[in-house]
Design a protein around this ligand. Structure first.
Ligand code: 6PG
Length: 475
């Protein structure tokens, strides 16, 4: 018989997804640029289900039942474009191409248009979960037309992770929306990891806890509100002892973080949309700073200044840091969901924020118990202006605020960088503030550029004649 689905691009993610399809009873056509990878997969896992080996795109197209449905798992960028082009040439009208890579959403919008002109249905699908998720059940974020989702949705839902019987896969919205939300997912992933890093740094340097003890702290945290995949694996990484030196592994890893681009894209998009995603931005910049070697070298001898202020490092310090982490995490998610909401308006996507929280509960890298609270919040009020106004989050922030302030103050006094904690607290305080100094900014803009300002007590735009008699005129 013919294959229900095809996978082209059989590196680790592609191979594991292909196996996942096969294990779920689908017949899977396999294609890879070099046949060696296809054969390697069939040698080791060929008995896991029904596979069809193909050597060329023509064979691949021929192996697929119609309408054809193929998933591309190759590197984002030009590699994806060339595979799409080859497939489109071999496919017929109505066939479906799914791009499961970390594509830039604007590329996805373009590709969907180009494919539509050629009669091919194109779906940009964000897929999260790393190697294990791909095999055991990832979180899948497909965009594209709803009519295409009707065809492939059932297959994708079947191989996705499930939480409380619900699949971690749903139609996100039109064209590039799936890749857009996957991008923000990754931005949040950056922020989660940055906050974990700051907590680790403070507990180690100020709290005096060694990695083995910290592994235990994170293991305990994973039993409470912070219960999540990233906290769980933090405990495992901290517990890991280096085989060569016997030191904690974390002490022999070079402290320069890499990044492939999705975090940076999130921030670029947020800048364009005018949405303050300070938590994600600080996380992206912290990675960039860690890799700014000349600057770090130049700054090595900078004085710390007075760090002899009595520090809050008592027994409660661990709990304070936990609360600072939780509160900062709430802010980062609130900002990320704001960005998705702004994109929804900008691009006319019919995105439901509660659905995203639902499909991020399992399979993906940011999976966490906490996402259930976000699901509840949007269920209660789909039009929330910010997550912070949902009753659960308001009360969580209220519970954390004192600890959060103490931790940020401690970090400042101890000279430990905590940009994630500090910027999230600044955002929180800005939201609370009834009169922001933006009024002064407007006054200055009016002074040097006649940019005008609005008044608190009258409609319209006004300008002060700064270089004249300083009277006010209506603009
Ligand atoms: C996921 C991950 C995955 C990958 C990213 C992040 O959701 O499964 O986000 O997509 O790890 O590429 O990589 P960088 O940290 O290199 O940006």
């Amino acid at each position: 018989g013919k294959a229900n689905i095809g996978v082209t691009g059989l590196a680790v993610m592609g191979s594991n997804i292909a196996r996942n399809f096969a294990r779920n009873g689908f017949t899977v056509a396999l294609h890879n640029r070099s046949v060696a990878k296809t054969d390697a997969l069939l040698d080791t896992h060929g008995d896991e289900g029904s596979f069809i080996r193909t050597e060329s795109i023509a064979e691949f197209a021929d192996a697929l039942a119609t309408p054809r449905c193929a998933l591309i798992m190759v590197q984002a960028g030009s590699a994806t474009d060339s595979v799409i082009d080859e497939l489109a040439s071999a496919f017929d009208e109505g066939d479906i191409i799914i791009d499961g890579g970390n594509a830039l959403y604007t590329d996805t919008i373009r590709r969907e248009k180009e494919m539509a002109e050629r009669g091919i249905r194109f779906i940009g699908a964000g897929i999260s979960g790393g190697e294990e998720g791909a095999l055991e059940g990832p979180s899948i974020m497909p965009g594209g037309p709803a009519s295409s989702y009707e065809v492939v949705g059932p297959i994708l839902e079947k191989i996705s992770a499930h939480v409380d019987g619900q699949p971690c896969c749903t139609h996100i919205g039109e064209d590039g929306s799936g890749h857009f939300v996957k991008m923000v997912h990754n931005g949040i992933e950056y922020s989660d990891m940055q906050l974990i890093g700051e907590a680790y740094h403070l507990l180690r340097e100020v709290g005096g806890l060694e990695p083995a003890a910290l592994a235990e702290v994170f293991r305990e945290w994973n039993e409470g509100d912070l219960d999540s995949y990233l906290i769980e694996i933090t405990s495992q990484v901290l517990a890991q002892v280096d085989e060569r030196t016997g030191s904690p592994l974390v002490d022999v890893i070079v402290d320069q973080a890499g990044q492939k681009g999705t975090g940076r894209w999130t921030v670029k998009s947020a800048l364009d949309l005018g949405v303050p995603v300070t938590g994600i931005a600080e996380a992206v910049f912290a990675r960039a700073l860690s890799s700014s070697l000349p600057q770090r070298e130049a700054g090595k001898s900078l004085p710390s200044g007075a760090t002899n202020v009595p520090l809050d490092t008592g027994d409660d310090f661990v709990e304070d840091v936990r609360k600072a982490l939780y509160a900062s995490k709430i802010i980062a998610y609130a900002q990320g969901f704001d960005q998705i909401n702004a994109a929804k308006d900008e691009y006319g996507w019919d995105i439901h924020r509660g659905d995203l929280a639902t499909i991020w509960r399992g399979g993906c890298i940011i999976r966490a118990k906490f996402l259930n609270r976000i699901v509840d919040a949007y269920e209660e009020n789909p039009e929330l202006r910010s997550l912070v106004e949902a009753p659960y989050f308001l009360s969580a922030l209220t519970d954390c605020i004192d600890s959060w302030r103490r931790v940020v103050a401690t970090a400042v006094h101890a000279g430990i960088p905590a940009p994630g904690f500090a910027s999230s607290l600044a955002y929180y305080d800005a939201l609370r503030t009834s009169r922001l100094p933006a009024a002064l900014t407007q006054g200055l803009r009016d002074y040097f550029g006649a940019h005008t300002y609005r008044r608190t007590d009258a409609e319209g735009a006004f300008h002060t004649l700064w270089s004249g008699d300083r009277s006010e005129v209506e603009a």
